[in-house]
Structures are given as structure tokens and as C-alpha cells.
Design a binder for this molecule. Structure first.
Ligand SMILES: Nc1ncnc2c1ncn2[C@@H]1O[C@H](COP(=O)(O)OP(=O)(O)O)[C@@H](O)[C@H]1O
Ligand SMILES: [Mg+2]
Length: 400
């Protein structure tokens, strides 16, 4: 066992996690990527993938259980890692079926199902927006009587603010539920809490949060997703009140959700009275190039660290993490009118990363001075709006 390479099966319904594949391979793991046929031509780092396997759909049961069990007839698999959030449940079902360690089905729910997140957090005394499932109509009526609107009706397992509807009265809710029909139990209702939105990106090993970086979005992600505009986030000073509050909540949250090891992206709301609430958490690296934001400030690549900790876990070895710096970084991303926008005019020495994605403009800036990051972000937001910004109608679901 000791001299055999660790074999990691990565699941990717969408093109994600290239840095994980590269790092795992560089660390000597045998890397199997299972993705959808339609993603075969994405720019996967082929040299880091030992076996590239394709299926029409990674979620379909029992097909996926049959396929991976068949694969295991001929080789050992030590770990199953979902590269996309939509693969977290499938990875959990496979681990349960094949008796592999890592998040099982109940645990995975806390990181994928927003109703499960709410219930589990509330049971551990972590503040959440007042919420209700959409099961019993008596309970829904009672909830609406005691909880002032606006509310949001949220799909329990979507991402990117897709399918979230803001509602102002009970009539609007009943109409919406009518439209949803049998899909309604896959939504929950909660109070809309106006305020600021934060995210904490962490690495966890043997139940301990070994690394956690606090950040604040400039505008709520729902406003950006539904109304358009530039997505902006940046590192918060670790010793500030906001950072302390969200780092403490993050630690309590991951303890309550009993994650043993992995990477997480948790979000929090602070209302206008300064009260903090848990918004959501994912058992994976944050999307939207948050990987680059964290790396610019800390020197750590979260995908790469996730690969390193999975391999350490499979080998039964300790894992430690050492950020190479404690600086500040900011990110801006927007949809661009141009197919390949020219960001050549953004020449400040603080620019450390440029997003390379069709119809997207994006930059990461880094500095030892938090004030400099704030100044650059506010300048660049204006310039992005003039140079690139395009606005498209929001989606209700991830495209298939
Ligand atoms: N209860 C709420 N109060 C205020 N804003 C909310 C609430 N729930 C969601 N939002 C807004 O919607 C966005 C997306 O919600 P979130 O729960 O993070 O789901 P997603 O998985 O789509 O990111 C949040 O970043 C925030 O802007
Ligand atoms: Mg979110």
C-alpha cells in the first residue's frame, strides 16, 4: 500500500478544478477524471490525468453506481472528490456504496441542501434567517403570519443565486407554488435579510479548521446575478471586528456540520443592526475565481491544498498548511460585451491575475496595503463598467 500511488477519482459535471488535477498528479497520485461527454473537449490538463472517462450524465442512478463499481473491479480507488458543487451528492452516494471515507449522504446534505443547512445550523445555535420548509401549508401560513416579508423562495440545491425569488406577500407565494407544482418541496422559504455578504474560504483536516480567509463582497451576489454589474470581493483584515465575527461563526459552523477534511466556502450576512447570520456553505473551493483571490493574498492555492490534504488523508499522514504571506487581495469579474476583452490597459503593478474566459473580464489585485486594494477596486469597477460590462437575464437553473 505504502509504495502504491494514491488513486483519486474526480467527478466533474462541469469544467472545474483543473488546479486540483494538476496538483494531485504533481504529488504522485493516480488521477482518474470522470466527466460528462459534452465536456470532453474542455481544456482539461490532459498531462495530469491518467484516465479520462466519459458518461452522458453523472447523476443518473443506478448508472453511476454501476460504472464506478465496474471501474473498481480492476483498480483500487482511495478517494472520490467532486470538482463541481453539483457532484457533491453523487460523490457521497458513491462513497457510501463503496464504503470509502469522506462525506457520506447525510453529511453531504449539510453542504448542498439549503434546508438541511438551516435546520442543522439552527439546532447548533448558529443564527440563521427565520425559515420554513415548503411541506405543510399550515406551517407555511403560520410562518408568514409571524415573519414580516420580504421573503425569498429558494431552490434547496442550486447555486449562483439561480432560481431565487424575492416575494412581498403571501399571494405571491401561493401563485409561485402553483407554478412549481411537484417541484415545490425542493424549495424553502426564508426571510430576506438586507445587509452585507461575506465569505470565508477554509481548509479542514481531522475536524480542525487549519486555514480560513475572511472576505466581503462589494454587492450582494444576488444583486449581481439578477440585475447585472461587476462582481467584487476582497480580503478583510484578520483582526477587524467583521473578520473576527465571521471566522468565529465559520469555526462553529464547520464543527456543527462535522466535516472531517476538505475545502469549504461559507457565506454570512450582516444586517443593518450588525447581527450576523449564516447564509450557506459548500464542501468545495469557491467558484468565480475565488481560488485566485485567496492565492493572491496568502500564497495558497486552495484546490492544490485540497489535493494535498486528500492524499495525506489516504496515506494516513498528518497535513499542515503554511500560508507564505498575509496580504490583501481583491477580485473583479463581469460579463463582457467583447468575446475576448482586452485588459491590457490595466497596468498597475498590483494586477497579479487576469481571467481568461470567453465574454468575461476579470482581474485580481494584491498588495500589503488594504487601503490600496480598496482604492484600486473602486477605480476599476468604474472602468470595467465603461470598458466591458454586459448584462444578460439571469438563469433559473444551471444549463444542462
Ligand atoms: N435570506 C436572505 N437574505 C438576503 N439575501 C439573501 C438571502 N438568501 C439569499 N440571498 C441572496 O442571494 C444570494 C445567493 O444565495 P445563496 O444562499 O448564497 O445561494 P447560492 O447557492 O445561489 O449562492 C446571496 O449571496 C444573497 O445575495
Ligand atoms: Mg452563495
Amino acid at each position: 500500500m505504502a509504495d502504491q500511488p494514491v488513486t483519486i477519482l474526480c467527478l466533474a459535471s462541469y469544467y472545474k478544478g483543473a488546479s486540483f488535477l494538476k496538483a494531485a498528479s504533481a504529488l504522485g497520485a493516480h488521477v482518474i477524471l470522470l466527466t460528462r461527454e459534452k465536456n470532453a473537449d474542455e481544456p482539461w490538463p490532459r498531462e495530469s490525468i491518467d484516465d479520462l472517462l466519459l458518461m452522458p450524465d453523472l447523476h443518473k442512478r443506478p448508472d453511476i453506481l454501476y460504472a464506478v463499481s465496474y471501474l473498481m473491479r480492476g483498480r483500487r480507488i482511495d478517494a472520490i472528490v467532486p470538482l463541481d458543487d453539483y457532484d457533491v451528492e453523487t460523490a457521497a452516494a458513491l462513497r457510501e456504496h463503496l464504503r470509502l471515507p469522506g462525506l457520506g449522504e447525510t453529511g453531504a446534505r449539510y453542504f448542498r441542501d439549503k434546508l438541511a443547512m438551516r435546520t442543522q445550523a439552527a439546532a447548533h445555535g448558529i443564527p440563521v434567517p427565520p425559515f420554513t420548509p415548503v411541506f405543510s401549508y399550515d406551517r407555511l401560513r403560520a410562518y408568514m403570519e409571524r415573519t414580516p416579508p420580504p421573503w425569498v423562495l429558494k431552490p434547496r440545491s442550486e447555486a449562483g443565486a439561480m432560481g431565487i425569488k424575492k416575494l412581498h406577500d403571501s399571494e405571491a407565494l401561493w401563485r409561485k407554488l402553483d407554478e412549481l407544482g411537484d417541484a415545490q418541496s425542493f424549495f424553502h422559504l426564508e426571510q430576506f435579510i438586507p445587509g452585507e455578504i461575506y465569505h470565508v474560504d477554509s481548509l479542514v483536516y481531522e475536524g480542525n479548521v487549519l486555514f480560513a480567509q475572511p472576505h466581503k463582497y462589494a454587492r450582494p451576489p444576488m444583486t449581481v446575478a439578477h440585475e447585472g454589474g461587476v462582481f467584487v470581493s476582497r480580503t478583510l483584515p484578520h483582526d477587524g471586528d467583521e473578520a473576527r465575527a465571521i471566522l468565529d461563526l465559520n469555526e462553529r459552523l464547520l464543527g456543527a456540520f462535522a466535516l472531517d477534511h476538505g475545502a469549504t466556502h461559507a457565506e454570512f450576512i450582516r444586517d443593518h443592526d450588525g447581527q450576523y447570520y449564516f447564509l450557506e456553505v459548500a464542501a468545495r473551493v469557491g467558484g468565480a475565481d475565488i481560488e485566485r483571490l485567496v492565492e493572491a493574498a496568502s500564497g495558497l492555492n486552495l484546490w492544490g491544498e485540497w489535493a494535498r490534504l486528500e492524499i495525506a488523508y489516504a496515506r494516513g499522514e498528518p497535513y499542515e498548511v503554511h500560508p507564505s504571506r498575509h496580504e490583501y487581495a481583491g477580485i473583479l469579474v463581469c460579463l463582457a460585451r467583447q468575446e475576448w476583452p482586452d485588459m491590457g490597459g490595466y497596468t498597475d503593478p498590483e494586477v497579479v491575475y487576469r481571467v481568461h474566459k470567453k465574454h468575461h473580464a476579470g482581474l485580481v489585485v494584491a498588495s500589503a496595503d488594504a487601503g490600496r486594494i480598496e482604492a484600486l477596486l473602486s477605480q476599476y469597477v468604474e472602468r470595467f463598467a465603461a470598458d466591458f460590462l454586459a448584462v444578460l437575464p439571469p438563469l433559473d437553473k444551471a444549463p444542462t
